[in-house]
Design a protein around this ligand. Structure first.
Ligand SMILES: *Cc1c(COP(=O)(O)O)cnc(C)c1O
Length: 592
């Protein structure tokens, strides 16, 4: 099975999380879904890639919500044997002075058009390891910072070593977020200048060569989203086993007095590490930036913000996209198959959706998707939503900057709007187990939903995952997004909605700055410059005066609403897809 993947050189895509399928809980949110969509597009486009991630046997978590609206976290274990096959190769990395052995599972991702992509899921749950080391790859984003650093050693250093042990030739490394940046240290160890070319005091590492091999995508303008580790911790965890040969070459070449951090039989000296990763602490973003010739943000605005966060670095922009087939509801797949048959391979075709697909056919596809959501809502919550009344959807990670409660900031105003033109609201989303603010938001939303009883039906679907996301982005009528600018790097759920003819009503941040054509693809809340304090009022105004009147205005403007649905498909689905994203990564990063 592996043989077919190691014949030709590949691009290695490293990601801490990856959403392969709904039954495999190796993802927490947008970053993992993007990684999955990246590989799904790679499969459809027959790109030579291999993904590297952790097996996360204990998953992220399953969310239950109690009667008070409190999030309860349940384990989400999965059995890799059901979906993946174990590989023979094993390698070790040094952690706390001992060898931690790493094996891998091969998950073969099958694209929509038969293309196959290998995904390696690293696993330390091996007999060779002591108990605590067997759990390093168990919990996605679990544990303390020591645990996290160990995971990042396994992912970065272990990933590169395992690829080599399996016989892969890697022509390029792509770090999806900074979690995997330690891979660069392993590459530096591999690419040393020959001692005869070095003068005393010069660095022995062929940094330009490593930088040529690496690309880095940064994903968050939130400072807390960037991993930092104290050097005391780094030295404790990485240990100081020293390889004699590498040591000799270094000693010949450079200042032998420099302190060193050893990585297994290789090593990097502390001075070089601090030079690359920050003097005060090991900053994974800084390390990835310094090790990568190509760096990008995930939307144009996000790249601008990143340039101000990291002055002196050239940050490109590759705006995210979503995988066409995965995020398109069955009824819309049928529609596109009929009117724009090559859309799966070439989603650019959807640009013609506005003229080529009859209004009635679009509406029928929507009614079917809405019905599927209504049935799911009834099954999960017992609430019967009305098929003729518009549904607003809001689903994503529950955390403060996403402001899920913005819609509820003035309940009287919201009730008043609903008195004239009724609407319904569906929420979903998990809060990270350590994000107390996010959990409080879920509780608040539940309390506010109770306060709206009788005026606005509100449901909160528990355990947001890919399947619920798929139903939601297609089954609602309006996709709402209200982040605090400029903290939404890209956002992708609104792109998924576009594939299903669902227009966005969103704050101008992330991808929506590029995707919003007012009244054509959806609507903006506020403007792109403001501080955000007027956002609630702007949201109510837009909903009351523009969005709901258009939805209910069938008599005055027949086809007006469907025109916006088609605008979302033709202008946004045709562009904000992961096929376009991957073609750009290939030409601008991988084959630079
Ligand atoms: C798409 C998706 C996300 C990301 O949503 P954003 O709006 O970009 O934050 C998170 N979780 C799941 C399950 C998704 O499918």
């Amino acid at each position: 099975m592996l043989e077919q993947f190691i014949l030709a050189p590949r691009i290695a895509y490293f990601s801490m999380e990856i959403a392969l399928r709904n039954e495999i809980p190796t993802y927490a949110g947008g970053l993992g879904v993007l990684a999955g969509d990246t590989m799904r597009s790679a499969a459809d486009l027959a790109l030579p890639m291999v993904a590297v991630s952790l097996v996360s046997r204990a998953g992220y978590f399953r969310q239950e919500i109690d009667a008070q609206g409190r999030q309860i976290e349940r384990p989400a274990s999965w059995d890799p044997e059901r979906f993946a096959r174990p590989l023979d190769a094993k390698i070790a990395v040094p952690i706390e002075g001992r060898a931690v052995w790493i094996g891998a599972w091969l998950y073969v991702l099958e694209g929509q058009m038969g293309g196959l992509q290998p995904v390696l899921l690293l696993d330390t749950d091996l007999d060779e390891n002591r108990h605590e080391d067997r759990e390093i790859t168990h919990h996605l984003y679990g544990g303390d910072e020591t645990y996290r650093l160990k995971q990042e050693i396994v992912l970065g250093v272990g990933g590169v070593r395992l690829l080599q042990a399996l016989g892969f030739t890697i022509r390029h490394y792509h770090m999806n977020e900074g979690h995997s940046a330690l891979l660069g240290l392993e590459l530096l160890r591999r690419y040393l200048y020959p001692p005869e070319d070095l003068h005393s005091g010069e660095s022995p590492y062929d940094l330009p060569r490593v930088r040529e091999l690496c690309s880095f995508t940064t994903h968050t303008p939130v400072e807390a989203g960037h991993d930092r580790f104290a050097y005391g911790l780094v030295q404790r965890v990485l240990g100081n086993a020293v390889d004699v040969e590498a040591m000799k070459r270094l000693t010949n070449a450079a200042d032998a007095q420099r302190s060193r951090i050893a990585i297994d039989e290789g090593l990097i000296d502390l001075a070089t590490l601090k030079h690359l990763a920050g003097e005060d602490s090991l900053n994974m973003t800084r390390l990835a930036l310094n090790l990568s010739e190509y760096v990008n943000g995930v939307a144009k605005r996000h790249a601008e913000i990143s340039r101000t966060m990291f002055p002196g670095y050239r940050v490109h922009a590759v705006t995210n996209g979503v995988h066409p087939f995965t995020w398109t509801a069955a009824s819309y797949r049928k529609l596109y198959d009929r009117y724009l048959p090559s859309w799966c391979h070439e989603p650019e075709q959807l640009v013609r959706a506005d003229c080529c697909i009859p209004d009635a056919a679009v509406w029928e596809a929507h009614v079917e998707a809405k019905q599927a959501l209504i049935e799911k809502v009834r099954a999960l919550t017992g609430v019967a939503l009305h098929p003729k009344i518009p549904i607003l959807g809001f689903a994503r990670r529950m955390t403060a900057y996403k402001r899920p409660d913005l819609l509820f900031s003035d309940l009287d105003r919201l009730k008043e709007i609903a008195r004239n033109r009724s609407f319904q609201i569906v929420f979903a989303g998990k809060a990270h187990p350590h994000d107390e603010g996010g959990k409080r938001l879920i509780e608040q939303l539940h309390a506010q939903a109770r306060a709206l009883e009788g005026a606005v039906p509100v449901v909160y679907l528990p355990d947001y995952d890919m399947e619920i996301a798929r139903l939601l982005v297609a089954g609602v009528d309006i996709w709402l997004n209200t982040p605090l600018r400029p903290l939404e790097a890209s956002g992708t759920s609104g792109m998924k909605a576009a594939f299903n003819g669902v227009p966005s009503l969103s704050v101008l941040d992330g991808w929506w700055i590029e995707g919003c054509v007012e009244g054509v693809t959806g609507w903006a809340i506020g403007d792109a410059a403001g501080a955000g304090d007027g956002d609630a009022r702007a949201l109510y105004d837009k909903l009351e005066q523009v969005v709901l009147p258009l939805y209910y205005g069938y008599a005055q403007d027949p086809g007006g609403w469907i025109k916006v649905m088609k605008g979302a498909i033709s202008k946004n689905a045709s562009y904000f897809n992961s096929h376009r994203m991957m073609r750009r990564y290939v030409t601008e990063a991988y084959l630079r």
